[in-house]
Design a protein around this ligand. Structure first.
Ligand code: GRF
Length: 201
C-alpha cells in the first residue's frame, strides 16, 4: 500500500513538486492525499491543482485562535486518512496539540545542517557566516523550532565562486533528492525511531 501523505506548504512548493514528480515517475511508493496551505498566494496550491491533487487553503485569520486553525488542518488530514505529514516550507510553528495528534509522524525539511543555522534564512546565515560546508536536514517535528530527531542530512560545499543564489540552488536540489529518499525509507519500513536516535535499517 502506498504511503498516505499530507503536505503543508506556505510558499513556492518546489519540494512538493519533487515529490509529485517522484510519485508520477514511480520512483516513490506514496500518494499525496491532500495539500494544505495557510497562504492564499502559495504557488504550492497551483502545483497541486495542476496535478489534480486535493488541496485546501486554511487561513489563520479566519480562525479565532491557533487551536481552531490547527483543528481545521487536523480535520482535513484525518478525512483523508493521512499517515505522515510533511512540512515543505510551512512557515508556522505547530503547537503541542497538533504535534501530539501526529506524534513521530511529522517531517520537516530544513536548508542547513542542523543544529547549525536553525530558524529563518538558513542558507543566507550559512553563506554569510561563512562556513565551508552546509546542506539540508530532514527531521521529525517536535515542540521546538528545528529541534526534532534527525533522520537524514546531506552536505553541500560552499565554493569560492558561489553566490547566495548559486548556493540556494544547490541546497534546494539536494533537498528534493533527500525528501524522496527518506520517504522511500519510511515506505519500506526502514526507519526506526528510538527517542532522539533515528536508525535506518
Ligand atoms: C526549503 O528550503 C525548505 O528547506 C524550507 O523552506 C523551503 C521551501 O521551499 N523549510 P519550497 O516551497 O519547497 O520550494
Amino acid at each position: 500500500m502506498p504511503l498516505r501523505i499530507g503536505i503543508l506548504a506556505s510558499g513556492n512548493g518546489t519540494n512538493l513538486q519533487a515529490i509529485i514528480d517522484a510519485i508520477e515517475n514511480k520512483q516513490l511508493d506514496a500518494s499525496i492525499e491532500i495539500v494544505l496551505s495557510d497562504q492564499p498566494n502559495a504557488y504550492a496550491l497551483k502545483r497541486a491543482e495542476k496535478h489534480h491533487l486535493p488541496f485546501r487553503l486554511i487561513e489563520r485569520k479566519n480562525h479565532p485562535d491557533k487551536k481552531s486553525f490547527e483543528e481545521e488542518i487536523v480535520k482535513n488530514l484525518q478525512s483523508k486518512k493521512v499517515e505522515w505529514i510533511l512540512l515543505a516550507g510551512f512557515m508556522r510553528l505547530l503547537s503541542p496539540f497538533f504535534i501530539q495528534k501526529y506524534s513521530e509522524r511529522i517531517l520537516n525539511i530544513h536548508p542547513s545542517l542542523l543544529p547549525a543555522f536553525s530558524g529563518k534564512e538558513a542558507i543566507k546565515q550559512a553563506y554569510e557566516y561563512p562556513v565551508k560546508i552546509t546542506g539540508c536536514t530532514i527531521h521529525l517535528v517536535d515542540e521546538g523550532c528545528d529541534t526534532g530527531p534527525i533522520i537524514a542530512q546531506e552536505a553541500v560545499c560552499i565554493e569560492n565562486d558561489d553566490t547566495l543564489e548559486s548556493l540556494t540552488e544547490k541546497v534546494h536540489e539536494r533537498e528534493h533528492q533527500l525528501y524522496i529518499k527518506v520517504l522511500q525509507w519510511i515506505s519500506d519500513n526502514r526507519v526506526e525511531i528510538r527517542g532522539r536516535k533515528v536508525l535506518i535499517k
